[in-house]
Design a protein around this ligand. Structure first.
Ligand SMILES: *[C@@H]1O[C@H](CO)[C@@H](O)[C@H](O)[C@H]1NC(C)=O
Length: 149
């Protein structure tokens, strides 16, 4: 019992960060989509900030943090939806410029997640569904193993 708890604990620590990414990016012909899955923290104001950086400068794409506003190139080009059960999805449309390597960042409740993506290797959103469904199943299985063993 204790041993299997330990094994799954270690497995969980090793696998969950890799499989349950807190940020993911995909593209379609007309949009770039960023999902941000940072768990909400109790007693903090819910807010989000999506940005990217292609060098040393960070450009805000969308945010509802008071006092911040998107970079002018992104004004009115994106929208944010709330994800069930947690997190936010930002969709950036009409932006087809191809950068090389881009760091996508999202910040929720003061916590930041980031992912470095080579623009040519961006996953198609249609394929993404399967990929995220796959990692959801892995996460769920791990969760059940951890709680039921
Ligand atoms: C940001 O948007 C979310 C979801 O619409 C909302 O719950 C939250 O209160 C907003 N935060 C601010 C600071 O406006």
């Amino acid at each position: 019992m204790l041993k299997s708890l330990f094994v799954f604990g270690v497995l969980g620590v090793l696998l969950i960060p890799a499989q349950c990414d807190r940020i993911s990016v995909c593209v379609d012909d007309v949009y770039i989509r960023v999902d941000c899955l940072i768990p909400p923290k109790p007693n903090t104001i819910a807010n989000y900030r999506f940005s990217w950086s292609t060098g040393t400068k960070e450009y805000i794409i969308n945010t509802n943090v008071s006092g911040l506003s998107p970079d002018k190139q992104f004004k009115d080009k994106s929208f944010v939806q709330e994800l069930d059960p947690q997190g936010y999805r930002m969709t950036l449309t009409g932006y087809t410029d191809k950068h090389q390597t881009t760091t996508y960042m999202c910040n929720m409740c003061g916590e930041t997640a980031s992912i470095i993506v080579d623009q040519e290797q961006l996953v198609q959103c249609s394929a993404m569904f399967l990929k995220s469904a796959g990692s959801w199943i892995v996460c769920l299985l791990l969760f059940f193993y951890q709680t039921h063993s």
